[in-house]
Design a protein around this ligand. Structure first.
Ligand code: ADP
Ligand code: ZN
Length: 309
């Protein structure tokens, strides 16, 4: 077993469970990954069995894992007193409603399993190792198939009676966009219905990655993202807003969003950070790995908590 050769370091597992694919990693710390696999999200049975199999093989190769962290797509139940704690609950993805993720993994591997949303985990990762390193107040937003955000206030993730659902905030409609009804199944033209990857595709009849960088889609996108940043600024007074996810691969969006943000803010607020948009609205610094890094962070935290008790 390489675990013995490698000096008996503690080992952790991480799962970034997305609606499209699952990424699984094993490593001794969030910054060091020894093994990685990725596979499509199919049925819950097949997908969780593959993830469990990866960790069983990992144990044989590297040694015993101390804990596993799951960064899950959602909605999920994070209330430890709920009968559905650790479940993916009312997910729109077919076959994935009320799936006991934590229970299935715990029973199969018999080790502690930490559980949080994919975006909360990515937020922790940005705070520990990424674009929000050293900050105690920030927001991380992913703009992809859906839009989700993790909010950190005074060094802690904000989870109220459940995790926030920033992606469904309501925004002003811009005149040039009045013909588009929005793509959210629940609200039509909420933020996600106006500015997620599927919203862009529904509005323009073409996936975002296939639209040229000078297409009018991006000017409109920047206005909606700026409106979102205004609301986040006014609600949470963060020191920085980090934007990640597939849609933010359009790097031109950053400068455009900052310009629109300054226009919409119009000098209001004494929040110093907002006065310097270049350092306020910034890209993720973890190159698409924030979810799995965050999964390892929550695994390590859970182990440290249980070890100190
Ligand atoms: P997910 O949200 O499923 O975890 P992503 O963050 O990669 O995954 O987001 C996927 C969405 O981002 C899709 O709707 C896709 O069309 C869009 N997207 C991916 N790459 C780009 C790109 N280069 N430009 C604009 N949109 C993109
Ligand atoms: Zn919505």
């Amino acid at each position: 077993m390489r675990g013995i050769e490698l000096g008996r370091k503690k080992l952790f597992g991480g799962i970034e469970g997305g609606g499209t694919k699952f990424n699984c990693v094993i490593g001794p710390s969030p910054e060091e990954v020894w093994a990685r696999t990725s596979f499509p999200t199919t049925t819950p049975e097949e997908t969780l069995t593959r993830a469990i199999g990866f960790f069983q093989e990992g144990k044989a190769e590297y040694g015993i894992l101390s804990a596993i962290g799951v960064a899950s797509f959602g909605p999920v139940d994070l209330n430890r007193h709920s009968q559905h704690y650790g479940y993916i609950t009312t997910a729109p993805k077919p076959n994935w409603t009320y799936i006991d993720v934590v229970g299935n993994i715990t029973r199969a591997l018999n080790i502690p399993v930490a559980f949080d949303t994919d975006v909360n985990c990515a937020t922790l990762a940005e705070g520990a190792f990424g674009a929000a390193r050293g900050l105690r107040n920030f927001v991380y937003v992913t703009v992809g198939t859906g839009i989700g955000a993790g909010v950190v206030a005074d060094g802690r993730l904000v989870n109220g009676a459940m995790h926030p659902e920033v992606g469904h905030m309501l925004l002003p409609r811009f005149d040039e966009d009045n013909d588009f009804r929005g793509s959210c199944a629940f609200h039509g033209d909420c933020l996600e219905g106006l500015a997620s990857g599927p919203a862009i595709e529904a509005r323009w009849g073409c996936k975002g990655q296939d639209l040229p960088s000078g297409h009018p889609a991006w000017a409109l996108q920047a206005r909606y993202l700026a409106a979102m940043c205004i609301n986040l600024t006014l609600c949470y007074a963060p020191e920085r807003i980090i934007l990640g996810g597939g849609v933010m691969s359009q790097k031109q969006l950053f400068a455009m969003t900052r310009t629109e943000f300054s226009k919409l803010l119009n000098g209001y607020t004494t929040l110093p950070a907002a006065a310097d948009p270049d350092n306020y609205i910034v890209p993720s610094a973890l190159d698409g790995h924030s979810g799995e890094v965050g999964a390892l962070i929550v695994a390590e935290k859970l182990f440290q908590q249980s070890d100190s008790q």
